[in-house]
Design a protein around this ligand. Structure first.
Ligand code: KG4
Ligand code: ZN
Length: 483
């Protein structure tokens, strides 16, 4: 049974605005728990969504920054700090989606626009950085303008601009950051640098009123597979991560090798085909069975899938739509068996991580599951069982907020902005060759000592200090300067 706190919004309609650009109209969010609701208005329809945690629960210390420097506060009108008057534009370009959204401090989503690189994904079978950068550059102005228009606002109505500064592809991040700084510089707006994975986690606080710190989060996407304990805003302990590939990458490669339609990315295609298959027909080993930690590995499972595909003589270049009945059944069996084992790996590690987390923070009540792969219904159901057995409640944002989007960036920007973590407006005429603070490899939290993996520690070169360590250092500096 799906737990009481699982937020489900199965039908998301994408209305075309420009070729390849979509405005997401969120369908009425189905919620089973009883508590106060806000009426949220989008341009196309009104839907109900629970209010975010009230601002009184936030720390009010100022002079923090999620960017490199600790900045002093620019003069702000006090009304801007009132929840209803706070309005933030969020920009996301870390991977293959160009997204922008405008969100109000009370959790009202005023607009949400996404331009996806579906055709490029299908053409290259994955994200090609240079082509992705060019695609972002082509649409970024339109996407941001559309987000403002849909919200019925202009830049002058904004309180701040939030933008993903990492982790992600540098070439792609740069496009969003340049645009964000241009808007912020031209309209004298503060700017908040957002951690992409923190945004995946915190968007759950926008949809679930009762979700307060501390909580756990399993964040599963194309490039990341992390399980964290969120102590408070910006303070995370990483209980586990992947030692090689993320689960989304395994879904994408499986889809490509099975000859599936990649235009919505590989995950949804595998999920759909898996419905036709027998999940116990192909014997795949569950990764890292004997590792008593909370880390993940999907590279070996990918190899197992490739070998199974070769053994059945499946030609990935032949689209599944043209396959014979038997060939299609073989592909479906592999899709279903892969999905079962990939998710079993998540289940096993989550169970252990919950035990670890409860020792560190016994009052945890919620586990968030977010990131693109969390939009998978099988993933949601299986993890709901695990979480329920441990007496926690699962919080899964609706699928449109699990995959990359601008709302999560705007909301995370709002959360940090409210506690004074932001940078002052950039200069209006920043030179074209200005070197941006981009963080392509940027851990979210500090590693839990018991969970450290030998395999992974080899890969930590050229990593940026974690978001949590930066915030702690800033906080220490503030305390010292105030003494
Ligand atoms: O979070 P996200 O949108 O972008 C990244 O930050 O990577 O996640 C994208 C990943 C892709 O690997 C995609 O195949 C996967 O999420 N994904 C899914 C589903 N929808 C998206 N995986 C499994 N089932 C889905 N329904
Ligand atoms: Zn993502």
């Amino acid at each position: 049974m799906v737990g009481l706190f699982l937020t489900r919004s199965p039908a998301i309609s994408r209305l075309n605005i420009f070729p390849g650009i979509y405005f997401l109209a969120t369908s009425p969010t189905l919620r089973l728990q009883k508590h106060r609701k806000h009426q949220l208005k989008t341009k196309t329809q009104t839907f109900s969504l629970t209010s975010p945690p009230s601002s009184s629960s936030f720390h009010t210390s100022r002079f923090y920054s999620t960017a490199t420097r600790v900045s002093s506060l620019p003069k702000m009108e006090t009304s801007k700090f009132d929840d209803n008057n706070l309005v933030v534009l969020g920009i996301e370009t870390s991977c293959d989606d160009t997204a922008a959204a405008v969100v109000r401090g009370n959790g009202e989503i005023l607009s949400q626009v996404i331009s996806s690189q579906a055709d490029l994904l299908a053409q290259y079978g994955g994200v090609a950085p240079k082509q992705a950068e060019e695609a972002h550059s082509r649409v970024i102005d339109k996407v941001v303008q559309e987000a403002l228009d849909r919200a019925n606002l202009t830049e002058k109505d904004l309180s701040a601009v939030a933008v993903t500064i990492g982790p992600g592809l540098s070439l792609c991040l740069r496009v969003g950051v340049r645009k964000a700084r241009k808007v912020a510089g031209s309209f004298n707006l503060p700017i908040v640098g957002v951690h992409h994975m923190e945004a995946h986690a915190l968007v759950a606080r926008l949809v679930e009123q009762e979700l307060s710190f501390p909580f756990m989060a399993l964040l599963i996407s194309g490039g990341h597979n992390i399980i964290v304990l969120a102590h408070e805003l910006g303070q995370y302990t990483q209980l586990g991560t992947t030692v090689d590939d993320a689960i989304g990458e395994a879904f994408d490669k499986t889809a490509k090798w099975l000859g599936l339609d990649m235009r919505r990315s590989g995950g949804p295609a595998v999920e759909e085909l898996a419905l036709e298959g027998d999940a116990n027909s192909v014997k795949f080993n569950v990764p890292m069975k004997h590792h008593k930690d909370c880390n993940f590995s999907y590279a070996g499972l990918k190899t197992q899938v490739r070998l199974a595909i070769e053994a059945k003589e499946i030609d990935g270049k032949c689209p599944v739509s043209s396959a014979t009945n038997e060939d299609r059944r073989n592909r479906a069996d592999i899709a279903a068996s892969f999905q079962r084992v990939a998710v079993l790996h998540l289940e096993e590690k989550c169970e252990r991580a919950i035990d670890w987390a409860l020792k560190l923070e016994p009052c945890i009540k919620h586990m968030v599951v977010s990131g693109g792969v969390a939009s998978n219904q099988y993933v949601r159901l299986r993890l709901d069982n695990i979480v329920e057995n441990k007496n926690l409640k699962l919080v899964c944002p609706p699928p449109s907020l699990c995959t990359d989007n601008g709302v999560m960036v705007a909301w995370t920007g709002l959360e940090h902005f409210r506690v004074g973590r932001y940078d002052p407006p950039p200069p209006a005429n920043e030179p074209d060759d200005y070197v941006f603070d981009l963080r392509p490899r940027w851990p979210l939290g500090e590693e839990y000592a018991e969970g450290r993996s030998e395999a992974r520690s080899l890969r930590t070169a050229r990593m940026h200090p974690s978001l949590t360590s930066i915030i702690r250092a800033d906080s220490l500096l503030q305390q010292q300067t105030q003494m």
